[in-house]
Design a protein around this ligand. Structure first.
Ligand code: ASP
Length: 233
């Protein structure tokens, strides 16, 4: 029997002073939600989803409500989940109206023969499994607009001004490891840009024999080296 563990991050790229307090609070709340699952003998997969759901709802973070904005001022989100025991994974890409992108990644992993989905097909899976939808008006926050405004002055693609991607890794009492990552990407990204997050081995990786990783930072750089997989080697 393994001793359960959960590690949660709320991004570690650029966190302005005004958001440090809410970042710490949010991560603590999410960790507690994940821990409650593990303490009740729940699975690592359930735990990583429970924690990420808290962060997707928290406007402090770049995932779900509060996601950073594209060049058009819209939200497009990516998510990845991986089961370290089976090496199964699910990824959802370019989501515009799914409230909990990590839940959709899990449904793709568990309920379809595929690993990564986007567009109309991803929406159909969300509907089929009764996943909650959300409007762009609810996803776009004042903080994200402010960040976008600051970003627009410099328009330096890939620079980060504020809140950040979320993710976690959990180990349950049966020795299963799971990893999850969810993001709105980077401020001012081109519409349709896909970052590292939904890519297995870049945005995250889990292997119950070795460990788990969820990454944050400049996606275009992370992708080049499959950072999550590299870390586990
Ligand atoms: N890695 C994310 C992306 O490039 C951004 C982040 O971690 O803040 O989409």
């Amino acid at each position: 029997m393994a001793k359960p563990v959960i590690v949660v991050h709320g991004g570690a790229w650029g966190i302005p002073d005004r958001l440090v307090e809410s970042n710490l609070k949010g991560v603590e709340k999410a960790t507690k939600a994940g821990w409650a699952v593990l303490e009740g003998n729940g699975s690592a997969l359930d735990a990583v989803v429970a924690a990420v759901n808290v962060l997707e709802d928290d406007p402090t973070f770049d995932a779900g409500i509060g996601s950073v904005l594209t060049e058009d001022g819209t939200v497009e989100m990516d998510s990845l989940i991986m089961d370290g025991t089976t090496l199964d994974a699910g990824a959802a890409v370019g989501l515009k109206d799914v409230r909990y992108p990590i839940k959709l990644a899990r449904k793709i992993m568990e309920e379809t023969p595929h690993v990564m989905m986007t567009g109309e097909g991803a929406s159909r899976i969300a509907d089929k499994h009764g996943l909650e939808r959300i409007s762009q008006d609810e996803l776009v926050t004042e903080e994200a607009k402010l960040e976008f405004k600051e970003w627009s002055k410099k328009a330096e693609l890939g620079s980060s001004f504020g809140h950040d991607t979320v993710g976690d890794v959990a180990l349950d009492d049966e020795g299963n490891i799971a990893a999850a990552t969810c993001t709105g990407g980077v401020t001012g990204k081109l519409v349709g840009r896909i970052g590292d997050v939904p890519l297995i081995g870049s945005g995250g990786y889990a292997d119950s024999r070795v460990g788990g990783v969820s990454t944050t930072g400049h996606g275009e750089s992370i992708m080049k080296v499959n950072l999550a997989r590299l870390v586990l080697n």
